[in-house]
Design a protein around this ligand. Structure first.
Ligand SMILES: Cc1cc2nc3c(=O)[nH]c(=O)nc-3n(C[C@H](O)[C@H](O)[C@H](O)COP(=O)(O)OP(=O)(O)OC[C@H]3O[C@@H](n4cnc5c(N)ncnc54)[C@H](O)[C@@H]3O)c2cc1C
Length: 293
């Protein structure tokens, strides 16, 4: 089967790759093909293979917000890794950047150029592509606040440039389609946004969030309420299924304390939803992406 990828430049292929190795919660089965895209010119060839072989695919970033089942997973996990960084304009600073860059690296590169604004997002452990798809945010700031254009490669229509206005962004939501791989973006970073220094945001994050293997916040905050507080008030701090446990520091985090399995986390999520609904009449919605491939 590996033959099908022969001759494509700018991709690295791993066969039967255990996703648990790269998932931030340490859970996930062996994906038939992990396709690491180093160069966007390879994408039309990957698309051709997907069509010819009728292969299922899913895009992954740094796997800090995705939960995969165990076992053998058919299809491809496509990870876009290109991470170029270019300053197009000085005032206001306009930056062109590859979706494979980590948010932390991006913010540090901006800091080196004395460009400030994205600091509240420091410490979110994902890639820019994953952050744009999730419209990741922290301390009242979201990645979409800085977007001007997004380049995508659609597995139906090929390359497209979308203006920010052509995409719907909401709280941990964007309207990108399942077949649209985010490959890059143009950001406008206004200097006056800086409120605290990077170190201060990291300190706040350390005070607020637990350590250990997790996917960050499992549930979205429902209208003006804190999902973590609701879970806490439902008496679920420290509640566990197997090795999956609700953090006692922040109840919206599920921690894999050792050998948690997909089904442990999944069952725990159902229990939380049921208990919170029974107690408060609020139906929590998952922020994390539970993958069915
Ligand atoms: C300890 C911890 C703390 C966290 N804190 C925060 C926080 O403060 N705020 C916050 O918003 N999130 C937080 N998260 C969640 C997560 O880090 C963010 O959602 C992050 O932006 C996801 O990026 P990723 O690269 O890991 O994406 P993944 O988890 O790999 O993917 C997430 C989604 O994006 C899609 N995707 C990934 N890359 C692309 C691409 N190039 N094109 C199209 N779709 C793509 C995937 O298909 C999936 O649907 C935290 C997670 C952890 C583990």
């Amino acid at each position: 089967m590996r033959e099908i990828f022969k001759g494509i430049k700018g991709v690295l292929i791993e066969e039967n790759f255990p996703l648990s190795k790269i998932s931030s919660i340490g859970i996930g089965g062996k994906i038939r093909y992990l396709i690491k895209i180093k160069n966007k010119n390879s994408l039309p060839f990957v698309k051709e293979i997907v069509e010819k072989e009728k292969m299922k695919y899913v895009f992954i970033g740094k796997l800090t917000n995705m939960l995969f089942p165990e076992g053998l997973l058919e299809g491809m996990a496509i990870q876009y890794q290109e991470a170029y960084f270019e300053q197009l304009e000085k005032d206001p600073p306009i930056i062109k950047v590859g979706a494979g860059i980590s948010l932390t690296n991006l913010i540090l590169k901006l800091q080196n150029l004395s460009i400030y604004g994205l600091e509240p997002l420091i410490g979110i452990p994902g890639s820019l592509g994953g952050a744009i798809k999730m419209n990741a945010g922290a301390f009242g700031v979201s990645i979409s606040d800085f977007l001007s254009e997004i380049e995508v490669f659609s597995f139906k229509e090929g390359f497209k440039i979308l203006k920010k206005e052509e995409v719907n962004f909401g709280y941990r939501y964007s309207s990108f389609k399942d077949e649209e791989l985010i490959v890059g973006a143009i950001l406008i970073v206004k200097k006056e946004n800086q409120k605290y220094l990077i170190e201060e945001y990291l300190k706040k994050r350390n005070e607020k969030f637990p350590k250990g293997k997790s996917l960050g916040c499992v549930f979205k905050n429902p209208n003006n309420l804190s999902a973590g507080k609701l879970i806490e008030k439902a008496g679920l701090k420290n509640f566990n299924v197997g090795d999956a446990v609700i953090s006692d520091k922040h109840a919206n985090f599920i921690i894999n304390r050792k050998k948690a399995r997909f089904l442990d986390v999944y069952e725990l999520i159902q229990i939380v939803k049921e208990r919170v609904y029974k107690k408060f009449g609020v139906l929590l919605e998952e922020e994390i992406k539970i993958v069915d491939i």
